[in-house]
Design a protein around this ligand. Structure first.
Ligand code: ATP
Ligand code: MG
Ligand code: MG
Ligand code: MG
Length: 578
């Protein structure tokens, strides 16, 4: 039991000017967090209690799924990242722990970085410790701080620079086993979100810069979310923007096609190209080259059309892109016909389909962006992907399915779009990281194989805020029981009456005995202030003890999510709490 008068719950009448969304305002007003700087927050006692609840429930579900907890450093030697498969992309978002650097890791490169995620750390660990199939599968997790230098931290804990994540990494002997681990984690996520009282839906996601073969995001439907969920209620289909786009084309693009029907996407050897010339990018002319980016089911695949830069190709490869360079640019004719600065679609025949067949077999070509890639002294950038994405989000209402192979969506069936908050993410990674680190095991025939990996993340602190976004009313937060900072709030309206305080202690003890956590509002404040704060802070069950009620021999019980107040005879109150 905690006494409010001796605890620390600094509630506020007004929300700060920079809080734009309800959950951010309530986080501050209910005294859960305080801002230190952009994307940096102190967790006050109530906020920390919620975080600890979420952490514990998450831990329980992961352990139930067989995952093993450990703790990894958050200061990472930079060479681990430089040796990994995605340094070029990841360094953009990493804090440098030592900006001066020691000069050994390249000019202006730091000696250490702060961990945004831990694939690059856990894979070498497993490589060093696990050598036999007998020690697999393993799934390691931690619940700890992550650091990402987000360009635009916003909405409080939603997009922070320092945040709490559960991250897990599974290692299996083969693909089938890896899929089992993936499914076990998906089930653990579902159980976790159910237990904390959050509606989060699993949607198909693209694998992006992580690479890997498939992926799901867990989205909390909310208007203020940064992501789009493309879904069809009847079929249960749900995918994120990028994934849906790779399976679907916007109707306006297909309408604009001078030749060909969109169905031809699936025909081997024939591609339809949605061409978009990216804005000129500040890269010296001799370091520019034209690319096409084919975004398929899995690995994006790039055709380099003109210009050349071996270094950039190597970096593209490191980012997980497949590469193909036609022997002569004419081999992919239509691209050269696309007008710079124009948005349109052209159809053409790849003249050397055999050369591409291997790639096409795995990655049916769907939507293609054409832009400029290049490198400047700050590193490697791939601009066109973003450009295409921005374009693709303008016409969601018009998405239509164009290709057989997703059995649950009928051709032409309209899809809907709603906003969502990404609270969790699971990836089947494959062998991308184990290959880089040489994480191999030997089987019972002494044959050596790459371990097949998965990686998993839940934004614990983002989830905390997503709960509030999903569960609040005009007066404040409405905590689900399992994530509430306390379960029962006992409001003592006349704390100067010894009888009232004694009763509060007695009822608190009874509630605690039944497993509830109790906060007693014993402050010398007016009842109006206490009731307002009770609604704002949102503890599920409120029990009110007043001098008047004591004379009548009753206390009041009220659930935060219900309107009505129940008067309970004193003799029954203890039993009600048990
Ligand atoms: P986003 O698309 O919102 O930038 P992400 O895809 O980069 O997130 P992941 O790398 O998948 O994030 O990390 C796993 C989880 O960590 C996310 O699902 C999200 O819940 C959480 N997360 C990621 N970035 C942040 C952040 N800046 N602040 C708070 N939580 C975050
Ligand atoms: Mg991100
Ligand atoms: Mg994301
Ligand atoms: Mg993600």
């Amino acid at each position: 039991m905690k006494l409010w008068s001796q605890y620390f719950v600094p509630t506020l009448k007004e929300s700060p000017a920079d809080a734009e969304i309800a959950s951010h305002k309530l986080l501050i007003r209910a005294g859960l967090v305080r801002k230190l700087g952009g994307g940096l927050y102190t967790y006050l006692p109530l906020g920390l209690r919620v975080m600890q609840k979420l952490t514990q429930l998450c831990r329980e579900e992961l352990e139930r799924a067989g995952a093993i907890e450990l703790w990894m450093p958050h200061v990472h030697p930079v060479e681990l990242w430089q040796q990994g498969p995605r340094w070029a992309a990841a360094r953009e978002i990493m804090f440098r722990a030592d900006s001066a650097g020691d000069g050994k890791h390249g000019p202006r490169e730091p000696e250490f970085v702060l961990g945004p995620t831990h694939e690059e750390i856990v894979t070498p660990l497993v490589k060093a410790e696990i050598t036999s199939y007998r020690d697999l599968p393993k799934n390691f997790f931690q619940i700890a701080t992550k650091f990402r230098n987000e360009i635009r931290p916003r909405f409080g804990l939603m997009r922070a620079r320092e945040f709490v994540m559960m991250d897990a990494y599974s290692f299996d002997v083969d693909d089938d086993r890896a899929i089992k681990s993936y499914q076990a984690m998906k089930a653990a996520y579902e159980a976790f979100f159910r237990r904390i009282g959050v509606q989060a839906i699993a949607v198909e996601a693209d694998t992006g810069v992580m690479g890997g073969s498939f992926s799901h995001e867990f989205m909390v439907p909310a208007e203020v979310g940064d992501d789009d969920v493309i879904y069809n209620e009847a079929s249960g289909y749900a995918a994120n923007r990028e994934k849906a786009r790779s399976a679907l084309v916007p109707a306006d693009l297909s309408d604009a096609a001078p030749v060909g029907a969109v169905e031809e996407f699936a025909t081997p050897g024939v591609v339809t190209i949605a061409a978009l010339e990216a804005a000129p990018y500040s890269v010296p002319a001799d370091r520019q080259f034209k690319t096409l980016v084919y975004v398929g089911d899995g690995k994006p695949f790039v055709v380099i059309l003109r210009g050349s830069d071996e270094l950039e190709e190597a970096k593209l490869g490191a980012l997980g892109f497949g590469l193909f360079r036609p022997a002569a640019p004419e081999e992919i004719e239509p691209v050269l016909g696309a007008k710079p600065g124009s948005l349109g679609a052209v159809k053409g025949t790849i003249k050397n389909p055999t050369a591409l067949a291997g790639v096409f077999a795995d990655h049916a070509i769907r939507l293609i962006g054409n832009g400029t890639t290049g490198a400047n002294k700050d590193g490697f950038h791939l601009r066109n992907v973003n450009v295409t994405r921005d374009l693709a989000i303008t016409r969601f209402g018009d998405f239509r399915r164009v290709r057989a192979g997703e059995p649950d969506v009928k051709s032409g069936q309209p899809l809907q779009v709603r906003r969502g908050i990404e609270v969790g993410h699971i990836f089947k990674l494959g062998t991308k990281y184990s290959e880089k680190s040489g994480a191999v095991y030997t089987d019972d025939q002494k044959q050596s194989h790459l371990m097949v990996m998965g990686s998993y993340g839940i934004g614990i602190s983002r989830t905390l805020q997503a709960i509030i976004e999903q569960s609040h009313d005009a007066d404040g937060i409405v905590w689900p029981w399992n994530s509430a900072p306390f379960h029962v709030l006992i409001c003592v309206l006349d704390p100067q009456l010894a009888e009232a305080v004694d009763l509060a202690r007695k009822l608190a003890a009874a509630a605690e005995k039944a497993g509830a956590e109790v906060l007693v509002d014993d402050r010398a404040e007016r009842p109006g202030v206490k009731f307002k704060d009770a609604d704002l802070v949102g503890i599920p069950l409120r029990l009110t003890i007043g001098g008047k009620g004591l004379k009548e021999g009753v206390v009041e019980l009220k659930w935060r999510h219900q309107k009505d107040v129940a008067k309970v005879p004193l003799a029954e109150a203890e039993a009600k709490l048990a």
